[in-house]
Design a protein around this ligand. Sequence first.
Ligand code: HEC
Length: 133
Amino acid sequence: MTLSFASRIFSTALLVCTPVFVKADDTRSPEYKRGRLLYIQCRACHDLQPNPVDKAGPNLSGIIGKRAGRVPEFGYSAALSASEIVWDRATLDRWIEKPGAVVPGNTMAFAGIANATDRAALVRYIEIDSAPR
Ligand code: HEC
């Protein structure tokens, strides 16, 4: 009796708390933290939240689902502007791996990240932190 009462309380508490945990898990996960660390390599050139002033690279806010080369006023290369890329997890992964192989002639001065686990973490981080707030 006591046990079942306690377990009912426990499961109610779990139900109430679950949405909070799920949300917090996104930014507390080791993957997110690894991605945030890796993003230091990108931060000098890109912001993930809106900023009227572009850095050396285009603003990446809301990048998931966007066509490549569409930030107004940013001076893209002809190569990236002409590409038909839509940014999602897969295209971002390939771009971060080796930008020059995805769009030859692009002007992003970045050699790439060879480690697939690191790329997945970075893409996950970008996905979360570039989302509209
Ligand atoms: C030295 C500056 C620099 C660094 C470092 C850099 N970028 Fe870029 N990035 C650029 C430039 C410049 C472009 C535009 C390239 C073009 O027009 O050909 C670009 C384009 C992009 C685009 C396409 C955006 C769009 O609007 O289509 C993405 C996505 C991107 N970078 C992600 C990253 C990520 C992730 C990193 C870190 C791993 C990174 N960049 C590192 C300068 C940089």
